[in-house]
Design a protein around this ligand. Structure first.
Ligand SMILES: Nc1ncnc2c1ncn2[C@@H]1O[C@H](COP(=O)(O)OP(=O)(O)OP(=O)(O)O)[C@@H](O)[C@H]1O
Length: 466
């Protein structure tokens, strides 16, 4: 068979990585051949794109390698170590976003035995190390939740109890019955995670002696002790269960077939959301609003923020596509690369919403107090509801009975009046949502529009200088 061209030397991805705020990056990692795969041909090359060499037979029976190219923000060859992956992807920037109330999601995607757990385990340890190293002045406190999703069933990996992933009344995702662990040192966090990993659903399959049969989600949270009203930062590190092609399942028993079906169906839901997200991004104007079916699985419900066309939160989603270098896995590898590289196109066109000051969710404590005073004609003292101060998001998260009870501590304020103020707040939330919908339908600015705007701006400057 034809020789595979040599992998290009490792490159610095700095310029390739997408903007860290409100965006995403797509990465590809190829693992090396394993000792039992020495009879397999390496069919990958990488950097700066991923080239896949698909073996094809011509009519004379000769096998040649046909090149396919996929575009990623960064690719790692089979020779790159875990530390090269970690340092090249500039996790420090993601940690900074997390410290600044952002939502970071890093997920490993790919077929069974492609190296997802190998990469994720290392990333988790390095992120935890850096969290504590970068927090030497104890400005931040960290908490973690660690759970697995198997089909529609979610289990806390620390306690073994069933947990529930749901949407609350302001469409935030909440996880009920999960244990939140306060993290004090790297060593304690490391021990907790090791313990959780041992509880994860794993089975020996024909492709992997320790195949993960569930999606493992580590959710790290960060509170800013210097600024209690700052939103909590969230950092999700997700080791997805591997997809299995028919060739990977020939020796499966009943239980394994059931597991494979559950894995493949939730990955299918994830792929549908990625696809819908891409369609939405590639459209303009009225057609831009596309339904993203994130409620179709617990996994996609949890990842809702990653598919949002627009959000007021700063976020970054990193998807690491894992592939094996083997010739026999080409079909599955093409599938993985195709789906994940779509996300790059989607993200390039992501829309950043202008912050609507009328949206209670973005209010600062001063604006919150002003609203309570004005809406109640000064009958309610704001501090009776907000204590030492509350952001708008915190106010919206206050359960209705609690809000009413606090408001009624003011003389002369009855239940009806308290409820009225609560409804006024919620009307504002709903009005803000309608504005978002309208904004999404606005056409996205083309390069031509931007050039025109630039020209007008220059002319204006010239006029003023005269
Ligand atoms: N980059 C790498 N370098 C060396 N060995 C690797 C690398 N990536 C994976 N491996 C090895 O390949 C095997 C399969 O890896 P791993 O269990 O991480 O796959 P996986 O994608 O998580 O599989 P599954 O979806 O079945 O859980 C393991 O023995 C692992 O040590």
């Amino acid at each position: 068979m034809q020789q595979l061209p040599q992998a290009e030397p490792h490159q610095n991805p700095q310029d390739n990585l997408a903007d860290i705020n409100r965006s995403a990056s797509v990465i590809c990692r190829v693992r090396p051949l394993l000792p039992h795969e020495t009879d397999q041909q390496l069919v990958f090359n990488s950097n700066p794109n991923s080239y896949l060499y698909q073996p094809v037979k011509n009519r004379f029976g000769d096998v040649t390698l046909q090149e396919q190219i996929f575009s990623f923000d960064h690719t790692f060859a089979h020779t790159d170590s875990n530390e090269i992956v970690y340092s090249s992807l500039e996790f420090e920037r993601l940690i900074n976003l997390f410290f600044n109330s952002g939502v970071v999601t890093c997920m490993s995607f790919g077929q069974t035995s492609s190296g997802k757990t190998y990469t994720t385990t290392y990333l988790v340890n390095r992120v935890l190390q850096d969290l504590f190293n970068l927090n030497s002045e104890n400005i931040y406190s960290f908490q973690m939740q660690y759970f697995e999703i198997f089909g529609e069933k979610c289990t806390d990996l620390m306690t073994g109890s069933e947990i529930f992933i749901k949407e609350d009344n302001i469409r935030n995702i909440v996880i009920q019955n999960v244990q939140t662990i306060q993290l004090e040192t790297f060593e304690q966090a490391y021990t907790c995670i090791k313990q959780g990993q041992q509880s994860r659903l794993q089975t020996a399959t024909q492709r992997n002696n320790h195949s993960s049969r569930s999606h493992a989600v580590l959710k790290l949270m960060c509170t800013n002790n210097a600024c209690p009203i700052a939103d909590i930062g969230e950092f999700y590190i997700i080791d997805l269960a591997g997809s299995e092609g028919s060739g990977d399942r020939t020796e499966h028993d009943r239980e394994l077939i059931k597991q494979a079906a559950a894995i493949n169906s939730s990955l299918m839901a994830l792929k549908s959301c990625l696809q819908a997200r891409m369609v939405a991004s590639s459209r303009e104007g009225e057609l831009r609003y596309v339904h993203i079916p994130y409620r179709n699985s617990k996994l996609t419900l949890l990842l809702k923020e990653c598919f949002e066309l627009s959000s007021i939160k700063k976020s970054h989603t990193m998807i690491i596509a894992h592939v094996t270098p083997c010739e026999k896995d080409v079909k599955q590898s093409v599938n993985t690369l195709k789906y994940v590289s779509q996300m790059k196109i989607a993200v390039q066109n992501a829309k950043i919403l202008t912050v609507n000051p009328e949206n209670p969710v973005v209010w600062d404590p001063v604006k919150v107090n002003q609203f309570i005073s004005e809406a109640s004609n000064n009958r309610i003292k704001p501090e009776t509801i907000t204590g030492e101060g509350m952001s708008g998001l915190q106010l919206c998260k206050l359960p209705e009975p609690e809000f009413i009870q606090r408001a009624m501590t003011n003389p002369g304020v009855g239940e009806k009046a308290a409820k009225h103020i609560y409804l006024k707040l919620w009307n504002k939330v709903i009005d803000a949502k309608m504005v978002v919908r309208k904004e999404l339908k606005k056409p996205v600015m083309t390069q031509k529009d931007r050039d025109l705007q630039e020209q007008e701006y220059l002319q204006e400057l010239i006029k003023r200088s005269k």
